[in-house]
Design a protein around this ligand. Structure first.
Ligand code: ADP
Ligand code: MG
Length: 235
């Protein structure tokens, strides 16, 4: 469904991502692994056109969306759940959620909120609380729910487990598992190997802005190169 062809993103003299080509099949969860600074975040930002691309072609279901800006990409069905969640801690949970449906009319926003509250009833109970009062895992769930507010076909997820306790990682993993089970395609940047093993069928390994390996997760994680050199921890 998503194909990224020859993506290059540079920040001045630093080429963060170079000639990157990847594919995410419909309904699959595809992992992107790699050490800090490998270019994972830049890859997602490049796909979502939040940073200028030097080269690269993006297609979504055979539709060339290369020229689309971020707003048009969201409308086409691609949502980003960004690194460090990026909630507005002083805004209410509901207002944070509504940002995910920015530009939609009142009726559509309401309908989408109801769907979110149906999925996460506890969010409904706490909808008027400041998002900053929630635990890390709950905040991550709000960030995922905000992405769902655009009713995406594809979600780009940037390290949803980062900074969370093991229990919270499991909770977020369950949320992602449920969303994937409904057929939503995901591109998942993660350093948590167990989460990748649980959720992803295939994965790409990034190092210094380039893809150095890709294949079925079971095979990739079985290799010492990946677990030692790129992930640091094997479990
Ligand atoms: N806005 C930016 N300006 C300059 N350099 C950047 C910027 N964002 C990322 N980089 C650099 O690009 C490289 C890849 O960063 P990033 O994509 O954040 O890696 P990762 O998400 O894998 O940790 C790093 O060397 C980083 O310092
Ligand atoms: Mg990153």
């Amino acid at each position: 469904m998503l194909t990224v062809h020859d993506l290059t993103v540079a920040f001045g003299p630093t080429t963060a991502v170079r000639d990157l080509t990847l594919h995410a099949g419909t309904g699959t969860v595809t992992g992107i692994l790699g050490a800090n600074g490998a270019g994972k975040t830049t890859t997602l930002l490049g796909i979502h056109h939040r940073v200028p691309r030097r080269t690269g072609r993006i297609t979504l279901d055979d539709q060339d969306v290369t020229a689309y800006d971020t707003t048009a990409l969201v409308r086409a069905g691609i949502a980003l759940c960004p690194e460090n969640r990026r909630l507005f801690p002083n805004l209410t949970i509901e207002d944070n959620l509504l940002l995910g449906a920015y530009g939609q009319g009142r009726v559509t926003c309401r309908r989408r909120l109801e769907r979110i509250y149906g999925r996460f009833p506890w969010l409904h109970g706490r909808r008027d609380e400041a998002a900053g009062r929630l635990s890390g895992g709950q905040q991550q769930t709000v960030a995922i729910a905000r992405a769902l507010m655009s009713e995406p076909r594809l979600i780009l997820l940037d390290e949803p487990s980062s900074g969370l306790s093991p229990v919270a990682v499991d909770e977020v993993g369950q949320v992602l598992h449920d969303i994937a089970a409904e057929g939503t395609t995901m591109l998942l940047v993660e350093q948590n190997v167990r989460l990748v093993e649980t959720l992803c069928t295939t994965a790409y390994v990034l190092a210094h802005g380039r893809i150095t390996a890709h294949g079925p997760v079971a095979e990739l994680l079985g290799t010492d190169t990946v677990s030692d050199a790129y992930l640091g921890t094997a479990g």
